[in-house]
Design a protein around this ligand. Sequence first.
Ligand code: OMP
Length: 277
Amino acid sequence: MLSRSQLIEQIKQKRTFLCIGLDTDIDKIPAFLKEYPDPVFEFNKRIIDATRDLCIAYKPNAAFYEARGVKGLLSLIATQQYLPKDCLNIIDAKRGDIGNTSDNYARAFFDQQNSGMDFDAITVTPYMGNDSVTPYLKYDDKWVIILALTSSAGSKDFQYLNTGEGFLYETVIKKANTWAGADRLMFVVGATKSTEFTDIRKHAPDNFLLVPGVGAQGGSLEDVCKYGMTKDCGLIVNSSRGIIYASNGEDFAEAARAEALKLQQQMQQELEKAGVI
Ligand SMILES: O=C(O)c1cc(=O)[nH]c(=O)n1[C@@H]1O[C@H](COP(=O)(O)O)[C@@H](O)[C@H]1O
């Protein structure tokens, strides 16, 4: 677990706020890895070894592991146990259910004794409200990352609905911030929505924002920083496919490092520009 102050310290020390998404699809990894007992874990292990100094978080998306049944779960467990402890271990599960069920989702990803997994943070969808989120907050050393304004085109279907007090996504942020503080709650805001960051920061001045959509989805890191960076940085910017699939050859880990290094160097400039470091 990284507390808010430890997260800020890591960002300053490593001069990066990069999150690497381990969305590992067994059909997209280099063929030579098939000879390993767990090709997906072997892929993830080499990506982690090649990039752990350039990022402050890793974010496996549960879907890519659940798609493979038992083998996928074993890859996810092995990956989580291998993730560096000086990085935020985020499970991108986008869970949402009644309290009793959410208690079990929390055990699945937070309770190593039961499931073998001990993630630091989980993404959740807030559609079912407070009692679908509070079960994760019972673990007082874990983060909850709530979907607010997503990178997807479908964000316009509901997230911009006017609640009378502004857009729905703004209401989600304001309401969720009554459930816990900025030391426990983060929000997901897509990098493709960078112009909305100014308004979002009015409702979430202190929360860290998990920002997917850079790289493969074409979001602008520069614009995200221009409108969303705070004195504590306050951003964790994710790239998955743009990094992990930089090459399909035996050099895939080195190629991933090269892409991560490009982002880390841009991020260092943004941190310097904003006076964070
Ligand atoms: O919760 C997320 O991380 C998420 C929210 C969102 O609005 N958009 C979004 O792309 N994501 C996730 O972030 C990752 C983006 O992957 P790439 O497009 O390959 O960088 C995927 O795992 C998505 O599921």
